[in-house]
Ligand binder design. Structure first.
Ligand SMILES: N[C@@H](CCC(=O)N[C@@H](CS)C(=O)NCC(=O)O)C(=O)O
Length: 226
């Protein structure tokens, strides 16, 4: 049985990507939550991960004695044994890998100003961020363009028609857009709503909202859980 080590569901956007991918494709796994803490070298979080292997971050996928770290490597490993991780058509697959790679290495402004927080409603912080941070506006414009191009080429409702890792990869972005109530065009909004309604995404969000594990260092905008 595969084992997936993840962080707090309310905050861990990278964990969410692998978890949603596996759940949506019906790939069986046991999950192990490693609670976020300070991330200091001697923290509980780092010690727990060190005992398993990898780079000291979540998610981590463990298949017997094999430890796979980093979401892209996890997606590629699962692709070798399961259909549906990437689109079947090679052109669409190349494009899906491109958009995921861009997400993986980019959108720094959106990620740092709008950290994922499933349970919070931060529309007011979102309005300030939107007004003051041109780089966040640029990130969202680029994301909308990526989405619209893929939706136009493949007909929706998901980026490459049917579900693929690309949708799991952008699921935390859909949550950020919702938490911070950032403005979005019609087509992008419909896509984000579709992603949020996926069974796997809805159940991650439900479990995240039930966590009630307020981690102050992940909370630039709140003093406590509402
Ligand atoms: N590039 C990595 C990023 C993983 C990552 O940054 N995970 C965060 C949690 S969402 C983490 O473990 N942070 C701990 C740290 O930065 O020390 C991936 O794609 O898996």
């Amino acid at each position: 049985m595969l084992r997936l080590l993840i962080g707090n569901k309310n905050y861990s956007s990278w964990s969410m990507r692998s978890w949603v991918l596996m759940r949506e494709l019906g790939i069986g796994f046991e999950e192990q939550l490693v609670r976020f803490d300070s991330f200091e070298p001697d923290s509980e979080f780092k010690s727990a991960l060190q005992r398993v292997g990898g780079a000291g971050k979540v998610p981590l996928l463990v298949d017997r004695d094999l430890v796979i770290w980093d979401t892209m490597a996890i997606a590629e490993y699962l692709h070798e044994s399961h259909a549906g991780v990437w689109p079947a058509d090679s052109r669409a697959r190349a494009r899906a890998r491109s958009v995921c790679a861009e997400m993986h290495s980019g959108f720094e402004a959106l990620r740092s100003h709008c950290p994922m927080n499933v349970e919070a409603s931060l529309a007011e912080a979102g309005r300030t961020i939107w007004r003051e941070q041109a780089a966040v506006r640029a990130d969202v414009a680029r994301i909308e363009q990526l989405w619209e191009d893929a939706l136009a080429e493949h007909g929706g409702p998901l980026l490459f028609g049917a579900f693929s890792y690309a949708d799991a990869c952008f699921a935390p972005v859909c949550i950020r857009l919702r938490t911070y109530a950032l403005p979005l065009g019609e087509r992008a909004r419909a896509y984000a709503q579709h992603v949020l309604a996926l069974t796997s995404v809805a159940s991650w969000m439900e479990q995240a909202a039930a966590e009630h594990d307020f981690r102050p260092f992940e909370e630039p905008y709140r003093r406590g859980a509402d």
